[in-house]
Design a protein around this ligand. Structure first.
Ligand SMILES: C[S@@+](CC[C@H](N)C(=O)[O-])C[C@H]1O[C@@H](n2cnc3c(N)ncnc32)[C@H](O)[C@@H]1O
Length: 447
């Protein structure tokens, strides 16, 4: 029988090739395993925890492992990380049990000599023996934060430069918390009152988030039946803010240029009372199927999907409004996507900035005078957000920022000088991801 810890090790090993995402491998592995619900949760927690805390775990292990950890076999590194993660973070697992399991795994995968080594290293580590602050005190602040909160140093340096030390530490802390789920109530099918009078949800724990018809909760499976039958959509409130900023009116024609998996297309159709048209475009046909299926469950009939490249798509009729929810670094959702922090690089951000620029330029061509363009990302990098817009406005003097706040509730607007843009940092409001949205209008005025 393969245990939860061995399952976690197998998933971590499968990830070493770097091709697949951890949630996909976990899902497939757990589907084929005979583990019970509790052990599945343990395996999932171990994989997510080890991936998130990798930098901190390796830093601590290196103080006890008297060879070069970078040169150790991946399986040995992953066993040591699994052991240390349990010692540091899992109160319910006695340290000796965690160590024994890891020693057994080392014996099975690397033989007697390595199992002795794992035993020797892990037995020396206790939470009391770790003096992280002391070990880090000579290092520069960005490196201290990077290791303490297990994020790449270059990203921490960027955030300190953009947001200062205090806000950076707050968002790093938030990124390591258990991510909350956002849910949107489908007003085409139900109301908040009706939904929560359903006995299925009468004892469910949830919290209002300051946006009408949206709430957040730790529980996903409790609300799953209402997601399947179309009363709810999983959507983080930050994502909803972009649609509220666009505020599509019933009867209008909206073009959603990067639409899959469709969270924003379906919300816009709901805001329009299922009256008008939403053209949902994405590069990948396969991804568009999700929009069609979910729109059907929601009772939405005004969405038409189109597989095309948004940099060259020509609609038959010009839309009244465009939403461009561009591909981005995702630096605002690092807490939600377990290994994203290690996959991001300054080079990938640069490539995305170029793609976003091309998408914006083509979107600009598709609008009539007076049309509205909302540009959105789930990034908190100024180069993908405010600076991208600044450069766009220089290239397109026929566009202006539009200070119409649509249906965005007051508390989510900047404290002063609203210029059509909303930036949310991860955890700035409980449960909110990081993200950006900017409302622009094609005024047609050229100097
Ligand atoms: C941030 S996601 C959109 C999320 C979506 N708006 C939602 O709320 O569910 C970006 C999407 O852009 C699509 N995409 C990337 N490059 C594209 C292109 N050149 N043309 C059209 N879609 C593209 C990706 O397939 C991806 O689904």
């Amino acid at each position: 029988m393969i245990t939860a810890r061995e399952t976690a090790l197998n998933v971590l090993q499968a990830l070493e090739t770097g091709k697949k995402r951890s949630d996909q491998i976990l899902h497939r592995t757990l589907e084929q395993s005979a583990l019970n619900r509790i052990d599945r949760a343990l395996a999932t927690g171990l994989v997510n925890g080890v991936l998130r805390y990798r930098l901190q775990l390796d830093f601590i292990i290196s103080r006890y492992y008297h060879h070069k950890l970078e040169k150790a076999a991946p399986v040995l590194k992953n066993i040591l990380r699994l052991g240390l993660y349990q010692i540091l973070f899992l109160d319910k697992v006695p340290d000796w049990a965690a160590v024994n399991e890891c020693v057994k795994l080392a014996k099975k995968y690397k033989g007697d000599r390595m199992s002795k080594l794992v035993n020797g290293v892990l037995r020396k580590i206790t939470p009391q023996s770790i003096a992280l602050d002391e070990w880090l005190k000579e290092r520069e602040p960005s490196e201290q934060l990077a290791i303490k909160h297990s994020h790449p140093k270059w990203l921490v340096e960027r955030w300190i430069a953009d947001y200062g030390l205090k806000k950076t530490e707050a968002l790093l802390t938030y990124n390591n918390r258990f991510p909350l789920f956002g849910f949107r109530i489908n007003r085409l099918k139900t109301s908040e009152e009706q939904l929560f009078s359903d006995p299925l949800f009468s004892s469910a724990a949830y919290e209002a988030c300051g946006i009408e018809n949206l709430f957040i909760s730790k529980e996903f499976s409790t609300f799953e039946p209402a997601v399947s039958d179309g009363r709810l959509t999983v959507q983080n409130p930050t994502q909803a803010l972009a649609c509220l900023l666009l505020n599509p009116v019933p009867g209008s024609a909206v073009l959603d240029l990067c639409a899959a998996p469709g969270g924003k297309s379906t919300f816009m159709a709901e805001l329009m009372g299922n009256n008008g048209s939403v053209t949902s475009l994405d590069l990948y046909e396969q991804k568009l199927l999700k929009i069609t299926t979910h729109a059907e469950a929601l009772g939405i009939t005004i969405i038409r999907t189109v597989a095309a490249d948004a940099r060259s798509f020509k609609p038959e009729n010009r839309p009244d409004a465009i939403l461009l929810d561009a591909p981005c670094s995702g630096s605002g959702v690092v807490g939600r996507r377990t290994e994203l922090r290690w996959k991001l690089t300054p080079e990938t951000i640069q490539e995305l900035i170029t793609l976003q620029m091309e998408l914006l330029d083509h979107a600009a061509e598709l609008l009539e005078e007076n049309g509205v363009l909302v540009y959105a990302t789930c990034s908190i990098e100024p180069e993908e957000n405010a600076l991208q817009i600044e450069a766009f406005l220089e290239r397109h003097p026929d566009f202006s920022v539009d200070p119409d706040r649509g249906k965005v509730p007051e508390p989510f607007l900047p404290k002063s000088g609203f210029k059509g843009a909303i930036l949310t940092l991860p955890g700035e409001y409980p449960g909110f991801d990081g993200g950006f949205a900017q409302r622009l209008r094609k005024t047609g005025k050229k100097p």
